[in-house]
Structure formats: structure tokens, C-alpha cells
Design a protein around this ligand. Sequence first.
Ligand SMILES: Cc1cc2nc3c(=O)[nH]c(=O)nc-3n(C[C@H](O)[C@H](O)[C@H](O)COP(=O)(O)O)c2cc1C
Length: 151
Amino acid sequence: MAKTTLIIYHTIRAGNTKRMAEAIAEGASAEGVEAIVKSVKDVTWDEVVAADGIALGTPQPFSMLSGPMKTFFEDNWADHERITGKPAVCFIKSSRDPSAGIAAIDKIVGYYGVKKVADTVGATEVTDAVIGACRAAGKALALEVKQLQTV
Ligand SMILES: Cc1cc2nc3c(=O)[nH]c(=O)nc-3n(C[C@H](O)[C@H](O)[C@H](O)COP(=O)(O)O)c2cc1C
């Protein structure tokens, strides 16, 4: 069965975080791995569990994760062991220094016990370099999931 990645994002208004999500999907697709991009508001926990690899991205309002992304992590905590060890990458779109968002999401995915396969991408602008970093993160995710044994 084909391997899949699920790229989950929240965008407040301008869609920059979604653009980063789409670049991660491009990187994974270029490696021959299916990549589905979904808003955190539309994704189900079963879809997250079913994906071979996941990406999680959020803006940085008030120097934190956005509300829907934080709620996603809180609501699914009781079942977090279903994704322990799953390959993952993260991304943050801020307007200022993204280090607070990076620290926050890294801490939460650490609690969840996913296997991060690239450093979290943080961006204040969605430049060509940022798109390149997102594609590289998607590629790293795809290469990791391609190593997984199919049960
Ligand atoms: C209410 C609000 C508060 C924000 N506070 C911060 C902040 O403290 N630090 C920061 O870097 N960006 C902050 N931002 C900016 C967003 O992180 C930034 O605009 C991001 O690109 C929004 O994501 P989007 O383009 O996907 O909608 C804030 C945005 C809003 C709407």
C-alpha cells in the first residue's frame, strides 16, 4: 500500500501557514509519497493515526500556538500513544522571531513522542528560501516513511 503523509496546518487569515504546508506536501510528493494537506479544523484523529507521517504547522499569535492547534493537541492527548514514534515535522509562521512558537510545538510533539525527522521550520516571511526549507522538510518526512515496514 502506498505510504501517506498528512500535513496539518492552521491559518489565521492570510494563508501563509497554508503555503508552507503546501510546500511540505510538494517535497513529500516529489519523493513519491502521497501528501494530503488539511486544516486542523477539518482533520480527524483517525486520519492522523492512519497517516504514515505527519507535519504540523501553526501561526504564532501572542507568541504561542494558535488556539485551534493547541486545542487539537489538548483534545487528542488521551490517545497520544497511537502516534508515538510516528515520523513528523513541524513549522511555524510568525511575524516576529518564531523561536517561541518553535519551542512550544517542539515541546508538545516531544510529549506526544513522535519522531521528528527535521528541525522545525520557522519563518517570518514566506520567502523562496522558506519554501525550499519546507520542501526539504517534506522530503525528509517522505524518506523516513518510505523506510517504514508495511505490516
Ligand atoms: C491576534 C494576533 C496576534 C499575533 N501575535 C503575534 C505574536 O505575538 N508574534 C508573532 O510573531 N506573530 C503574531 N501574529 C502574527 C501571525 O503569527 C502571523 O501573521 C502569521 O503569518 C499568521 O498566519 P497566516 O498567515 O497563516 O494567517 C499575531 C496575529 C494575530 C492575528
